[in-house]
Design a protein. Structure first.
Length: 428
């Protein structure tokens, strides 16, 4: 073993020391070369952790991964080339176009760095600006200290079920549950958070990433979905989406939505776009109702959770008495009927949990807007529901909402008999 103090003269500390290790800018006494050295902190037993880290960095080795120069035989330290700076300082003083180009360059580098690593079932699990460094004019990924090995190859557990893992804000939600089960989608989430931060300057909160204005809004939204299976599949796919967004001449969001809704509709693209712009009432209320019931059904099959989020947000906007989403009284019927169509499809496709959340917001919006055709349609639909499970979902939503009396009134207006036993019991 070589004591790092015998081999290196540490000139300064780089970054924030961790519980286990410290990184320093150091002069190699044997060569006079200035390098970066990662060393075990005094008293830390880190050999197994360093062994995993070195192995993973060598497994991912390539032009966009920080190379390892030398490793202590007893794994007390290892050395790397000295980077010029971290990504943490790279956005300072840049304009919007420059920030977007920086984001694109970073994602391209991360895609190159992790493509084969992900394909082999490995996951970095700690991507963040301080772990992306500029080395000889290119961005490289570093610090594989908590990377996940290929399934079945873990010999030194670094994780436990429950509790935080990774770096708060940058870490995907599943890393706070069972980090050992996290797949490459966890790294996609972190890349989305990094892009958001580059463009907006806003640090991500726990499981909440700011959707940036501009070209990358949809790409970031799709990459940072809380449910891993709903995210953009790979960093390469995210890169392609960002490239397309920068080169697309789609004009304002309304024109882009019009293009997306042109037949045939790409439901995945539509869902991502609608989620990214779910706080834009004009876009939601004027554009989405053009999607047919068949299109809504396809959306439920492809991304029921995404549709539910959009329908709930539309309902919340319509609840605001002062604005009603910017619509006049005569304009409320169309979006309300479209939300009801979406709710019907969620129930029909047995997406009961999502349907319940949507129904709560929708009933409250419909009561406030008070559109007779909508009230009538709600009553007829509820009476026609013929299975108890669906009826019970709707009843729970009505009872949880502030609009239970309104829902009962809608039922009273329709003279037909309820088709489900659950609803018959509820109205008597």
């Amino acid at each position: 073993m070589t004591n790092p103090a015998d081999r290196f003269e540490v000139l300064e500390t780089l970054g924030q020391p961790t519980e286990h290790a410290i990184v320093g800018r150091a002069r190699d006494k044997s060569t006079d070369e200035v390098v970066a050295v990662k060393m075990a902190r005094a008293g830390a037993i880190i050999q197994r952790r360093f062994s995993r880290e070195v192995s993973d960095m060598r497994s991912a080795a390539g032009p966009y991964v920080m190379p390892i120069l030398e490793v202590d035989t007893d794994l007390e330290w290892y050395s790397m080339p000295l980077a010029s700076h971290e990504l943490t300082t790279a956005r300072d003083g840049l304009g919007q176009e420059q920030l977007e180009q920086l984001a694109l360059d970073v994602v391209r580098s991360v895609a190159e760095a992790l493509r084969d690593f992900h394909a082999g079932g490995q996951v970095h699990r700690d991507l963040k600006p301080s772990n992306i460094l500029c080395l000889e004019g290119r961005w490289v990924v570093t610090d594989f200290g908590i990377a996940r090995n290929r399934p079945g190859h873990t010999t030194t557990p670094l994780t436990k079920t429950g509790g935080p893992f990774g770096t708060m804000g940058w870490a995907a939600p599943e890393l706070h549950d069972d980090a050992h089960l996290a797949g490459p989608a966890a790294d996609v989430y972190s890349v989305g958070a990094i892009v958001s931060w580059i463009v907006t300057g806003i640090h991500p909160a726990v499981v909440r990433v700011a959707a940036p204005d501009g070209a990358f809004r949809t790409a970031v939204t799709r990459a940072t979905r809380n449910e891993a299976s709903r995210r953009t599949a790979t960093v390469d796919a995210m890169l392609a989406e960002m490239d397309k967004a920068l080169t697309r001449e789609g004009g304002p969001p309304s024109a882009q939505l019009e293009q997306i809704l042109a037949s045939p509709v790409d439901i995945g693209e539509l869902s991502g776009f609608a989620l990214a712009h779910r706080d834009n009432p004009t876009l939601l209320f004027e554009g989405l109702p053009e999607l047919s019931v068949q299109g809504i059904a396809e959306w439920v099959r492809a991304d029921a959770d995404g549709l539910g989020i959009v329908l709930s947000r539309m309902s919340e906007l319509l609840q605001d008495e002062s604005t009603r989403g910017g619509l006049r009284q005569a304009e409320l019927r169309s979006p309300l009927m479209w939300i009801l169509d979406g709710l019907r499809q969620l129930v029909h496709r047995n997406q009961q949990e999502i349907a319940e959340h949507v129904a709560i917001a929708f009933f409250e919006a419909a009561e406030g807007c008070d559109q007779f055709p909508v009230n009538d349609a709600i009553g007829k639909w509820l009476k026609a529901v013929d299975d108890d499970k669906s009826a019970e979902t709707i009843i729970r939503a009505a009872e949880v909402s502030t609009a239970e009396a309104y829902v009962r009134q809608c039922l009273e207006r329709d003279w037909s008999d309820p088709q489900s036993r659950a609803l018959r019991r509820w109205v008597t």
